[in-house]
Design a protein around this ligand. Structure first.
Ligand code: ADP
Length: 576
């Protein structure tokens, strides 16, 4: 951590600098003032001492040395007596005869001008610093008193030490103060920073611990918490919205692709990926080409454009609406898979064509027979019964076709599964109807009807199923052949098998025999009174009951139709 960059560091450095400058200034001033005071006090005491000594000196210059030495020792000062011409007459600490002329000394000069002379300097005689005081000359001599300045230096050193200690203590206290204050401020700030970092990393639950003091920090932490709360709220609701949008868009069956005005693909939902494979980055990567064109046109013209394209294997039909969604020219491509509805449309169209065709033939035949009868009644009445018979036959065929069509259209909207039906019983009821047909066809019908579990369904529709299968089996079996009707329970299912030793179905026709109006041999079907709708009815009934129908056949040897229906689970264990 660099001191100058943290708040605590800056606070500390500034305070220490200010304290040091102030204390240093105060110390210097104090030092000077005290020194001056000491020197002044020393000078004053030296003056009075000099006066006392001056009065005590004998008048005889030759007898000066002994009392000067004594007085000097008694006063703890150095005493020098100098003649007005500068010659030293006596000195308390030195032999005056060896001492140089003192006329040039500043204090002596002053004394000669009748002033009290003072001076501080290093003594040429003794080699240490002295404070000198010389009194104006009296009786031709000048008395000079001096003390070493060491005591002043001592005092000064003491003061300096005190100032230095004071400075150190002030620095210490300042540091402590800065530390305490900055801690009080910084700790909550650091915690706030940590919480904000946590928020920044996306943890929306992070909150700043509220501080109570200092007030500025308390206000800051409270405000930060409010901001965090608002932010979390906003993010939560925008995430919620995003999630809702995602759920809707990914559950949609329609593909959605959002294209920018500059042709960039900004968004695509899973359905779009199903329809188009991985969507391209730009509109120019869209295939088939018609989609690109549609999107571009919508961007340029600011109007909705519809296109229909075929794509993929197996081929699917896609209907695309390119809809401008804003003023800038963004376009939303909505893709709908219309393969199934197109297929159903085409089946319907084919059905109407086939049905009309099927109805047209007997109708034309009836019309022709009726016309023949009208003329024959007078011209050749003998043929009338034959044509009347033809009318009857074709009318019967018409009514069969219409009956089957009505059954089919009813079955298309489902069967009413309200009864519990035992297929074996139903077969037993239905089969006697075919005795006449079987006999005239020379076909032997046998049964193998075990007690089957009940099936939940419609007895009327299941009767239709049995009738159509048995009718076919007899009609497509040559005289001498056999038809066997079997009903049994198998693995919880109810299975009805109608087996014949008839003409069989070529394998290439097998997958198509359940289609409406599909016949292997149209002439034979018509001859035997078929409508081409029987197996289609069987398939609808089986599927309406949650079951299946399948066929196995060998040409010339016979066919087996198998219907498998789920047994009613609630009745499986109960008996009849
Ligand atoms: P149709 O009224 O012509 O019999 P279906 O829908 O019942 O119409 O049967 C469709 C076609 O399936 C028939 O025309 C016939 O060619 C063939 N088919 C149906 N059942 C049998 C069967 N048991 N044996 C041989 N061919 C059959």
């Amino acid at each position: 951590m660099r001191w100058g960059r943290t708040l605590a560091g800056r606070l500390f450095l500034w305070q220490v600098a200010v304290v040091l400058v102030v204390l240093f200034g105060v110390g210097v001033v104090l030092d000077r003032t005290l020194e001056q005071d000491f020197v002044n006090a020393l000078t004053a005491s030296l003056v009075s001492e000099a006066r006392v000594i001056q009065r005590a000196l004998p008048a005889d210059p030759a007898a000066l040395q002994p009392p000067v030495r004594e007085l000097g020792q008694a006063g703890g000062v150095r005493v020098t007596v100098i003649r007005t011409d500068g010659v030293v007459l006596a000195d308390s600490e030195h032999d005056p005869t060896t001492m140089e002329n003192h006329l040039s000394r500043p204090e002596v000069q002053r004394a000669l001008r009748s002033q009290v002379g003072t001076s501080s300097r290093v003594s040429a005689t003794l080699g240490i610093a002295f404070r000198y005081v010389a009194l104006p000359a009296r009786d031709g001599v000048i008395v000079r008193v001096a003390v070493p300045l060491t005591s002043v230096d001592h005092r000064r050193a003491t003061v300096r030490l005190a100032v230095a200690v004071g400075m150190l203590a002030a620095v210490g206290l300042t540091a402590l103060g800065a530390l305490l204050v900055s801690r009080g401020v910084l700790r909550p700030l650091r915690r706030a920073t940590a919480s904000l970092e946590q928020l920044g990393r996306g943890d929306l639950s992070a909150r700043v611990e509220p501080a109570e003091s200092p007030v500025e920090v308390a206000v800051l932490t409270a405000t930060l918490n409010q901001v965090a709360e608002r932010l979390a709220e906003e993010l939560r609701s925008s995430a919620e919205e995003q999630r809702t949008r995602d759920v809707i868009l990914s559950a949609m069956g329609d593909g959605v692709v959002l294209v920018d005005p500059d042709g960039r693909v900004r968004f695509s939902n899973p359905a779009a990926r199903r329809h188009l494979g991985t969507p391209p980055d730009t509109v120019s990567g869209l295939t088939p080409f018609a989609l690109q064109e549609g999107a571009r046109q919508a961007i340029l013209d600011h109007r909705a454009v519809e296109v229909e394209v075929e794509t993929g294997t197996p081929v699917r039909s896609l209907h695309a609406d390119a809809i401008p969604v804003d003023d800038e020219g963004s376009v939303l491509l909505v893709l709908r898979d219309v393969t199934e509805s197109r297929r159903i449309d085409s089946i319907r169209r084919d059905f109407v064509t086939n049905a009309s065709h099927e109805l047209k033939t007997p109708a034309a035949s009836i019309q022709a027979a009726a016309e023949t009868i009208r003329t024959a009644v007078t011209e050749d009445p003998g043929v009338v019964p034959r044509f009347a018979e033809q009318i009857e036959r074709e009318a019967l065929r018409l009514s069969r076709i219409v009956g089957d069509l009505l059954d089919l259209s009813r079955l298309e909207s489902g069967s009413e599964l309200t009864e519990l039906v035992h297929l074996d019983e139903l077969a037993r009821e239905e089969l006697p109807r075919f005795d006449g047909l079987a006999e005239s066809a020379g076909v032997e019908v046998s049964t193998e009807l075990a007690a089957t579990p009940p099936v939940r369904g419609s007895a009327r529709d299941l009767s239709l199923l049995i009738r159509n299968l048995v009718d076919n089996a007899i009609r497509y079996t040559k005289p001498g052949g056999r038809v066997d009707v079997q009903a049994r329970g198998e693995d919880g299912d109810v299975v009805l098998r109608v087996r014949d030793t008839g003409i069989g179905i070529p394998s290439r026709d097998l997958p198509r025999v359940f289609e409406r109006f599909y016949r292997v041999d149209r002439a034979r079907s018509r001859e035997t009174g078929g409508t081409g709708l029987g197996l289609s009815i069987v398939k609808h009934v089986a599927e309406n009951h949650g079951g299946t129908v399948s066929v196995e056949s060998e040409l010339g040897r016979g066919s087996t139709f198998e219907v498998r229906l789920p047994g009613d689970p609630s009745r499986l264990s109960s008996g009849r």
